[in-house]
Design a protein around this ligand. Sequence first.
Ligand code: PLP
Ligand code: COI
Length: 357
Amino acid sequence: MEIKITKTTSPKAKPADESKLGFGKIFTDHMFLMNYDEGQGWHDARIVPYGPIPMEPSSMCLHYGQADFEGLKAYRTESGRIQLFRPEQNMARMNVSNDRLCIPQIDEKFCVEAIKKLVEVDADWVPHQYGTSLYIRPFIFAIDPMLGVHPAKHLIFCIMCSPVGAYYAAGLAPVKIYVEQNYVRAVTGGTGFTKAAANYAISLKAQEEADKAGYEQVLWLDGVHRKYIEEVGAMNVFFVLDGEVITPSLDRKSILGGITRKSCLEILRHKGYKVTERDLEIDELIKAYDEGKFDEAFGTGTAAVISPIGELKYGDKIMTLNNGEIGPVSQMLYDTLTGIQWGKTEDTFGWTVPVIG
Ligand code: PLP
Ligand code: COI
């Protein structure tokens, strides 16, 4: 399919101070759009000026939440190259979400090309400072103008971009996390393994309460037994217990299979660390802490990169980790991953995909 390009005649000013970008607050000049209509499939691929998308109040996504999204980044290297990190993984995962939500499959290869084209058009928006990047947000939503609850026959696929800095205000400084005991995010059979928009809506209440208590995020426990560690709001989670690196397995299908998680596992295994994907009970963490064997904890995600956890609270139990400082495994992963992403380290894994240069 050809991508028709209409460039803006009124480009916006780029952010003057890249150290103040924050996360997802400003958007570039263009967006990619493509429509789906039953009988026609995906059609009318186009890059147009960023702006409102007209739709009916009866649009299904507004009522029943038939919508999903992805998140990936474009990085500018010192040599001036602009590159993506494993975009094919995002598009493959989007089709997993699509399948669960009865959204028609996308052509993954074509969508990677669409991302590349959009980043090329908005290349001047990819920020320059180390640690900054262009966050790319592909998303799909149902626009059938009707109130019957059924899979949509008309949808829009959009890609928009936002120059970003650190996801957490604190940057690489350790975050404080609260183990959620009242609310659940997902159960087996639900949508926890997808990037359904609704997964984020149902997390807000817990997030709000954590905020009030002075914590950045919540750590979810499984929805059935309420004891197995799952993940954090926008990150998968890793623990280093007595030298062993452990992350919850994906077997229960209630957590997102993060691309950063997968990459970290590959780096750790490649470097010879002892790594295990398995069920991990909150009580095991507490026991390890009390025995002085809880070495480190960190979250992994596209937006958050590697985010060391400095404090973990479970009920009245407060666990302070690594003296509130970044630990050696977190630091190694941060250096290796960001080294590859920002082109400072050779990409021996073949993860980066050039857009320009
Ligand atoms: N878990 C959740 C719920 C997320 O929203 C994200 C972010 O996409 C992640 C984990 C990390 O996934 P990834 O590393 O692919 O960004
Ligand atoms: C990402 O890391 O790409 C995410 O999607 C996190 C987002 C929920 C802010």
